[in-house]
Design a protein around this ligand. Structure first.
Ligand code: NAD
Ligand code: MG
Length: 376
């Protein structure tokens, strides 16, 4: 039986990798529906290729109703590959349906981790990680695919490490780091990804978002989650056992590994990437994160520990600042300054147990950043 799925955010980088797996294994999967935002040409080409799939643009006024229309279609899983805070509505809508959610949109958990987890639990929905580090952690915790609930296994774990490549600015310091050009920031050394996550990776904001994501995905306390720089991006996660020994999960950096793992789960994934034998691997290096240099990483980690509305503010301020950087309105180093200002600001009190309340913090943080950007 083919597994039917819905792909929200089909026209992006995760969408590309997902559809490549489908093209390689049409005997296993069927695209029942997809969403896109602005890229009408690409959406039309996909519609032409996957003729039976229903589709819509999330840029239209009736996007919420269209999301529900797609969720009405028979499906085995939903992939949320939308970028940014916009993805949280789709994640929650799918969770309310009790769907199995293959979650690439880490921002959903950063903004509303408790809420998403509660809705998932109430509706017997399920989240499978797509982010490579989290997929690797999941695999390290579940030796036979699907056999273990990760949560139950955490007592045995002393520490979990998420690797970070360090991005294109790993060896760029001081003024050169602060003033790094857009061309340099967007030149990721190991991963090919959308623009927003690529900028996030250059400042290690992405790793802070992923630490918060790991906290909510695996109910893992923050003191047990660490990041480690690993420039080669072959090791995606490491687990330290009670005796200090470490298990690591390794692959060539290619998102089709974690995506295929989640799409085939709980069956073993088929081959979707050209074989790379270990003898072809580069030498692996590991080094600590320089928190003084990667200021937005430190801010994000602290926002996660503070909890409440802080992760939502962190995420929104970052999105607004990254957009300003991509529009050539601020320098790279200003991203973390703007995030810091947004985290330090006083806000009205909104209900952090509701999405509306969290979105109010998100809106307020964005407005604060945008106002500051206009002044510069
Ligand atoms: P991308 O920019 O390449 O694609 C984003 C997708 O989201 C597009 O299909 C676009 O149409 C859609 N979109 C944009 N704005 C939207 C909006 N306001 N409402 C609804 N849809 C909108 O991004 P990506 O690199 O594919 O990343 C997608 C998500 O996956 C992000 O949350 C990212 O952090 C996560 N992720 C990506 C990678 C990767 O390798 N690309 C790895 C791990 C996690
Ligand atoms: Mg990742």
């Amino acid at each position: 039986m083919k597994r039917k799925f819905l792909l929200f955010g089909a026209t992006g980088s995760i969408g590309d990798s997902t559809l490549d797996i489908l093209r390689q294994h049409p005997e296993d999967f069927e695209l029942a529906g997809f969403s896109w935002h602005n890229n009408a040409d690409k959406a039309a080409a996909l519609q032409n290729e996957f003729k039976g799939a229903q589709s819509f643009s999330t840029n239209a006024a009736n996007a919420a109703a269209e999301t529900e229309r797609l969720l009405d279609l028979a499906h085995d899983f939903v992939i949320v590959a939308i970028v940014g805070a916009a993805g949280v509505h789709t994640t929650l809508a799918a969770a309310k349906r009790g769907s199995t959610i293959l979650l690439a949109n880490k921002e959903s958990l950063v903004i509303a981790g408790d809420l998403v987890n509660a809705v998932v639990a109430q509706n017997n929905a399920r989240i499978l990680p797509v982010d490579s580090e989290h997929s690797s952690l999941y695999r390290l915790l579940s030796p036979a695919a699907g056999s273990a609930q990760p949560n139950a296994e955490w007592r045995r774990v002393r520490r979990a490490y998420l690797t970070a490549s360090g991005g294109p600015l790993l060896h760029v310091h001081g003024e050169a780091f602060y003033n790094a050009s857009k061309a340099l920031v967007l030149k990721h050394p190991t991963w090919v990804m959308g623009q927003k996550i690529t900028v996030d990776s250059a400042g290690l904001t992405n790793k802070a978002l992923e630490i918060i994501e790991a906290h909510y995905l695996f109910r893992l306390p923050y003191e047990k989650i660490q990041a480690v720089i690993h420039p080669q991006s072959y090791v995606h996660a490491l687990l330290e056992a009670s005796d200090g020994t470490v298990t690591q999960h390794v692959s060539h950096p290619d998102m089709r590994y974690p995506i295929a793992f989640a799409m085939y789960h709980p069956e073993d994934p088929k081959v979707c990437v050209t074989d790379r034998p270990p003898a072809s691997y580069p030498a692996f290096e590991f080094m600590p994160v320089d928190e003084a240099k990667f200021r937005s990483y430190a801010l994000g980690r602290r926002a996660g520990i503070q909890g409440k509305y802080f992760p939502a503010v962190y995420n929104a301020a970052n999105e607004a600042a990254v957009a300003a950087f991509l529009d050539d309105n601020i320098r790279f180093g200003e991203i973390s300054e703007l995030i810091e200002a947004a985290l330090a600001a006083k806000y009205d009190e909104w209900d952090i147990t509701s999405l509306d309340g969290l979105i109010s913090y998100d809106n307020a943080a964005r407005a604060l950043v945008q106002k500051r950007v206009m002044r510069t």
